[in-house]
Ligand binder design. Sequence first.
Ligand code: CTP
Length: 400
Amino acid sequence: MLEDKKILVGVCGGIAAYKTADIVSRLKKKGAQVKVIMTASAREFVTPLTFQTLSQNYVATGLFSSPKNWEVEHISLARWADCVLIAPATANFIGKIWAGIADDLLTTTVMAVKAPVIMAPAMNTNMYSNELVQRNINALKNRGYQFVGPVEGRLACGETGEGKMEEPEKIVAFIHSTLNRDKDFDGRTVMITAGPTREALDPVRFLTNASSGRMGYSLAKAAAGRGARVVLISGPTQLEPPSGVELVRVESALEMYMAVMEYYPQCDVVLKAAAVSDYRPARKSGEKIKKSDDRLILEMERNPDILLELGKYKGNCILVGFAAESHNVEEYAREKIRKKNLDLIVANDITLEGAGFNTDTNVAAIIDSEGKAEYLPMMSKSELAHIILDKVAVLLKRQF
Ligand code: CTP
């Protein structure tokens, strides 16, 4: 239920604004408190009176309109909200937030808000597929803004395609799941490994891989946001650690192994997103290796398979592995689930566009221990992180 949840609805200028009236009405029927901000363009489509009547609240329209009380309006609205919905979210609004422009009541409020912000875009299909709009949407997704829709349909401009605002019923359901997933990891300890490992050859050279750490860091941010105590064991990355997580920096696979084993007994969940090097140089030279005219042959030895070791002592801990494959994705992933005694594996085909290392997005399939696979569309790593956590939350609930 949305009983007493405080939902701030921002309405931008688009014909779908008339549908936002239905959203407000549905939210009220579910017991939410609703306040509405309308941009100047939105008021060309629907009047504030419509939203005032439906929300049973004064509709805020401008930074400089006469205040209803003596608080700074955009800050007080930002503080008040448990969740912000922008519907319709226009290309202009999305672009402004991406660029950090705050030039009216809605953009200043969204800039000040700490609660989840959900955007329901609506625009012409060519506008929606425009590279700039897509860049802005992807960048905002990576900063934790959530998007619902748009969907395909007949648009007001007469064209048919993707760009229609998602149906009010679905938007309300999305708000519901966002608010109710809020703290579902309260009291849980989640260990996440992220990034590559570095296997030293000598004091200045090492072997590594192209993992950026983004998937693991997105998981850490999402889990911390959902109330978990997060231990992030990270190989070398360029990323800023999310606030509120316990960061343990490691370099080699052996160091990662030691750190993971130290924290493992405290954990309810382990998400092994790190790209661990399977081998390390058999000898690390104490001095810089000098070149010679001969070939250089490196002898490598196996690193421990950390996840395989964890699988042996699994207990009640939920174990999630990651498989980055270039072929036979599902077959290899299923094999790893069995071999490493996992609850879930997130498999991706790194040959697909938008998947794999060093991208902000991923195209993944989540496979469970019964072998059931769910194929997900391309999405930001932050969205994928929440979907993985949704699945883990279900498994945790089943334990009791
Ligand atoms: N993993 C690990 N320790 C290792 C190697 C991998 O914990 N030494 C974990 C990774 O964090 C990931 C999963 O195991 O969750 C990947 O499985 P793995 O069998 O190692 O796959 P790859 O090394 O990617 O592929 P390959 O099958 O080619 O070895």
